[in-house]
Design a protein around this ligand. Structure first.
Ligand SMILES: O=C(O)c1cc(=O)[nH]c(=O)n1[C@@H]1O[C@H](COP(=O)(O)O)[C@@H](O)[C@H]1O
Length: 244
């Protein structure tokens, strides 16, 4: 299912009412959506149920990061929701990532598909300078992200969240089937805001991203539906470019 779903729209809204009104007003039906901390902490499982009823594939972006036992038990609970993708921070380590996958497996109901588990490598808002001077990580971004992706693969995680800049090398090192979801996507004319490692949808496609996450580029646009279609069009142009 996810292969044919290249664009997750980030529903970064303060309430279910705001999110659902946005979808209705702009005629977004059954598109893949991302529910993050802002919306889930306020609304909890009811927002997932509301989106299920409307037929949206769902990425629940809670970026879990805790001791392995806690993450396993949390994933067991979250697996009972009807979601398609969920994530953890790779910096929680291999044992934590393995525990997350076990929790999801144990919590998935009979007859339901286990959600895809992704590991966030380094946030797209992070720079080399931040790694070196704040986190005291001496290596370059690409090396750190690739290492985290390899750790995630060894821990039986299904893929990663990374920036477009690292998507190709991760596919080379971890294999094409290892999923690469890339946020930090902007059309050429849009502001980068708090993101650091950004790219266009077309660049994401030709660089080997499996899918993209788009938030404010669509949600704050003057014409969200038209802008969403522009993101899709650019992604599809990228596809043609790769094939030729
Ligand atoms: O896991 C994520 O979704 C994520 C990881 C990351 O490294 N960077 C990142 O921006 N995100 C999420 O992707 C969305 C990007 O939003 P915009 O910058 O508004 O397009 C936000 O909801 C972020 O929480």
């Amino acid at each position: 299912m996810l292969e044919s779903q290249p664009l997750f729209l980030a529903l970064d809204f303060q309430s279910a009412e705001e999110a659902l009104t946005f979808l209705d007003t702009n005629h977004f039906y059954e598109i893949p959506v991302k529910v993050g901390m802002e919306l889930f902490y306020r609304e909890g499982p009811t927002i997932i149920e509301a989106l299920n009823e409307r037929g949206h594939p769902i990425f629940l972006d809670l970026k879990l990061h805790d001791i392995p036992h806690t993450v396993k038990q949390a994933m067991k609970s979250l697996a009972s929701l009807n979601i398609d993708v969920i994530n953890v921070h790779a910096s929680g380590g291999k044992n934590m990532m393995r525990a997350a996958q076990e929790g999801l497996q144990e919590g998935t109901r009979d007859g339901q598909q286990k959600p895809l588990l992704l590991a966030v490598t380094q946030l797209t808002s992070s720079s080399d300078e931040m790694l070196h001077h704040e986190l005291l990580i001496p290596h370059h971004m690409e090396k750190v992200v690739t290492h985290y992706a390899q750790m995630a693969k060894e821990a039986s995680v299904d893929g990663v969240v990374c920036s477009v800049a690292e998507a190709r090398v991760i596919a080379d090192v971890c294999g094409e089937s290892f999923y690469r979801l890339t946020p930090g996507i902007r059309l050429g004319t849009q502001e980068q805001q708090d993101q650091v490692r950004i790219a266009t949808p077309q660049k994401a496609k030709v660089s080997g991203a499996s899918a993209i996450v788009v938030g404010r580029g669509v949600t704050t646009a003057d014409s969200p539906q038209e802008t969403y279609q522009q993101f899709e069009k650019e992604w599809n142009n990228g596809y043609k470019t790769t094939l030729s």
